[in-house]
Design a protein around this ligand. Structure first.
Ligand code: PLP
Length: 316
């Protein structure tokens, strides 16, 4: 069952007063709201059971980057979780655009979420739940800060194993993050800034909100198994094709990662971000590698290209 909604609101004067939205704008239960007022019931299964899927797309200099790919991944996840959205693809796209336009942010982190919702009779049967769609646009955030982007991140490899794909399909973007958060605490204990955790075969999987790539002898590799197919990861494959670089998805061992010529991570929250230290090993003598730099440059250039990006129409 889908959620019953009030009539779709018009963008009235209140919504156009951007001073009401210093931290961003959310769309909850059919209404645009300042982030501070964006709330859902504690009985929502999204909160109680992590029964939800979501996607995050970013806006850079007033343009969405690869919005269609993010919508595709989100809609596929919703379908595979047997949820029903109250809106079609075009409406969702315009809700996301409205959240950004109303917030006034030129660079934003934009999330679309579908939760199982809850059942009016408090039934334990997920088929009785009224699914909930929500979205928000907040200022752009990155895994790596400016200094880390310039000198490269320090990462620790945690012994924590990512939830097996046979338990939770990582292709459906989800909030099952206890493993990733546990990895982060391990990394902090080891004096690092963020973490990579392992897949069920003991090889490198991914980190809290990012995929990882290594460069060895001019060729790129990223883990194939037990990871989210990141849109930024896919973008790296596309950029490599354009630059004539070889990129494959295959296992990466801990040793291979530490012996790589270059390492970088990828996420909508920050793009392509260099890594210059793994545990106590310096990568590329602790300097950002040439291939990583070239990919970072091209990645941000593509944000201006209408083939890869869509303009937000801000109220004048
Ligand atoms: N892996 C996980 C677990 C994530 O949560 C994310 C993004 O949030 C990524 C990888 C990177 O995916 P994308 O490049 O689509 O942002």
């Amino acid at each position: 069952m889908t959620q019953r909604l009030p009539a779709f609101p018009t963008i009235d004067e209140r919504h156009l007063d951007r001073r009401l939205y210093p931290h961003g704008v959310a769309f909850v239960d059919g209404q645009y709201l300042p982030m501070s007022e964006a709330k859902i019931s504690v009985l929502d299964w999204g909160f109680l059971h992590s029964d939800a899927t979501y996607d995050t797309v970013h806006v850079w200099n007033g343009r969405f980057f690869r919005l269609d790919s993010h919508l595709d991944r989100f809609l596929t996840g919703v379908e595979r979780l047997r949820m029903k959205l109250p809106y079609g693809r075009d409406k969702i796209s315009s809700i996301l655009k409205d959240c950004v336009a109303l917030s006034g942010h030129r660079s934003a982190y934009v999330e679309m979420i579908c939760t199982r919702g809850s059942s009016p009779t408090f039934s334990r049967d997920p088929r009785q739940a009224e699914n909930r769609f929500l979205a928000f646009a907040v200022p752009f955030g990155s895994v790596a800060n400016k200094e880390q982007l310039e000198r490269g991140l320090h990462i620790a490899i945690s012994e924590t194993v990512r939830i097996p794909p046979k338990s939770v399909d990582p292709a459906i973007k989800n909030y099952h993050w206890l493993d990733l958060v546990s990895g982060l605490f391990d990394a902090y204990d080891m004096g690092a800034e963020t973490a990579l955790i392992l897949n069920t075969n003991g090889h490198i999987a991914e980190g809290p909100g990012f995929n990882v790539f290594l460069v060895k002898d001019g060729c790129l590799r990223t883990p194939a198994f037990g990871v989210l197919s990141g849109i930024t990861r896919r973008t790296v494959f596309d950029l490599c094709a354009e630059l004539g670089l070889s990129a494959t998805a295959a296992d990466i061992t801990r040793t291979e990662l530490k012996e790589a010529d270059e390492v970088f991570i990828t996420s909508t929250a920050g793009g392509i971000m260099p890594v210059t230290r793994i545990d106590h090993t310096a990568i590329a003598q602790g300097r950002v590698g040439a291939i990583t730099r070239r990919l970072m440059e091209l990645y941000w250039q593509k944000h201006e290209d209408p083939v890869w990006s869509t303009a937000v129409l801000y109220p004048s």
